[in-house]
Design a protein around this ligand. Structure first.
Ligand code: GLU
Length: 428
């Protein structure tokens, strides 16, 4: 579904330019914020299981740290590019700002496909990644976390190597760690649950009862799984999930009219969120082409996979019935598609607001690590709900007052805070 001309960094910059104009930002501030402050490109040599050395390419981009240490995940992806990482680092700055946590924005990546790497090889990539960047990251400068195709185990290898290099224990250096190893309760659930807390508030304002709604989801990774669970808990019904079948190396839309069941699908999925289509058929799922998730006659679309999934080539296919699009992924909608969605008066809940639950819980994890005192899961999830709900209300209120598209309203709040921080620091 990638469009050849798509460049996420250009998308992030064009979204920024549009709002910088609304805010009438000073030229210096604008120039500073429309690009990353620092970026690192490096090689990671790994001795593969067959005895040969393979060189992987790694990145870390720190977009802005005026409001606090740079924060953001590390992705493992075979198609990773520096421009994707740049865009994602920028989106992290706005994400931390819109939920008002004292952190900046960063992102990292490694060009690799963990489907074809043993755990030992993945461990070496993690250790190699941090060896190359250990002087430029740390609990008070740049704090990584999991992202696409990385998890708590990867984070712990990275932390262990960092601590070996620096000779001490620095649990606040990385978040998304396993519970019991400095991780927070609720971190795994946080992004997906947060997505649905925002959806719940939006539906409330729209006067729609969640139990009367249906949804179609793209993706079946960590974000999608917990979003589906929480949405189902609110009484909603997910009737379609679009995701990858590893054997066919293509996406299908898995449909079940009386509602999909996360637990049964987990039994037939791999750890990267791919679902076995033959076994799904046995469980009563009907298989449609991957892109059909957009065309389902439901109320809500939840893109929770990757960037550039709703674009010029498919935005016209969005079913007439759609009332809300809730962006669980980072950057799933292109600016051209945004225009169409806006014209159609669909309520769009933008990525960096909607999926900020992950980094908000990461912030809670840092706070707990600093105190060396860990909260119960309910306490974490309640605090998360408060943060997500108040961020949504502020954005929705501004959108109403100034008649702005929700993405633009979220940007106005986020960019304003960062612009103030760089100005107060005397950077621009
Ligand atoms: N990777 C997640 C995101 O894109 C979480 C980042 C973090 O916790 O630092 O928001």
């Amino acid at each position: 579904m990638e469009t050849p001309s798509y460049n996420p960094y250009q998308v992030a910059q064009s979204q920024f330019d549009k709002v910088a104009a609304i805010l009438e930002l000073d030229d210096g501030v604008k120039e500073l914020l429309r690009q990353p402050m620092r970026e690192y490109h490096f090689t990671i040599p790994v001795r593969m299981d067959d005895g040969k050395i393979k060189i992987f390419k790694g990145f870390r981009v720190q977009h802005n740290d005026a409001r606090g240490p740079a924060k953001g995940g590390i992705r493992f992806h075979p198609m990773e590019t520096i421009d994707t990482v740049r865009a994602l680092s920028m989106w992290m700055t706005w994400k931390c700002s819109v939920v008002d946590i004292p952190l900046g924005g960063a992102k990292g990546g490694v060009i690799c496909d963990p489907h074809h790497l043993s755990l030992k090889e993945q461990e070496q990539i993690c250790r190699g990644w941090v060896r190359q960047i250990a002087r430029n990251v740390g609990p008070f400068s740049d704090v990584p976390a999991p992202d696409v195709m990385t998890n708590g185990q990867h984070m712990l290898w990275i932390l262990d190597e960092f601590e070996a290099i620096h000779g001490g224990r620095y649990p606040g250096f990385i978040t998304g760690k396993p519970v019991g190893m400095g991780g927070s309760q609720g971190r795994t659930e946080a992004t997906g649950f947060g997505v649905i807390f925002v959806l719940r508030e939006a539906l409330k304002e729209m006067g729609i009862a969640p139990e009367k709604t249906t949804a179609s989801v793209q993706g079946f990774g960590n974000v999608a799984q917990y979003a589906i669970r929480m949405y189902t808990q609110l009484g909603g019904k997910v009737i379609a999930i679009s995701c990858w079948d590893q054997a066919d190396k293509k996406a299908y839309t898995y449909c079940k009219k009386n509602g999909v069941n996360v637990e049964e699908l987990l039994g037939i999925s791999d750890k990267f969120g791919g679902i076995d289509k033959n076994r799904a058929r046995e469980l009563g799922y009907e298989m449609l082409p991957g892109e059909k998730w957009l065309e389902q006659e439901v109320d809500i679309l939840i893109p929770a996979a990757l960037e550039n999934q709703i674009n010029n080539s498919n935005v016209q296919n969005i079913a007439k019935s759609i009332k809300v699009i809730v962006e669980g992924a980072n950057g799933p909608t292109t600016p051209e598609a945004d225009e169409v969605i806006k014209q159609r008066n669909i309520m769009l809940l933008p990525d960096f607001l909607t999926n900020a639950g992950g980094v908000t819980c990461s912030y809670f994890e840092q706070v707990q690590c600093n105190m060396n005192y860990f909260w119960e899961k309910n306490e974490v999830l309640e605090k998360l709900d408060v943060k997500m709900t108040s961020a949504f209300k502020a954005v929705s209120e501004l959108a109403r007052q100034k008649k702005l598209y929700m993405r633009d309203a979220a940007y106005v709040i986020a960019i304003n805070r960062v612009a103030q921080a760089v100005t107060l620091r005397g950077w621009a």
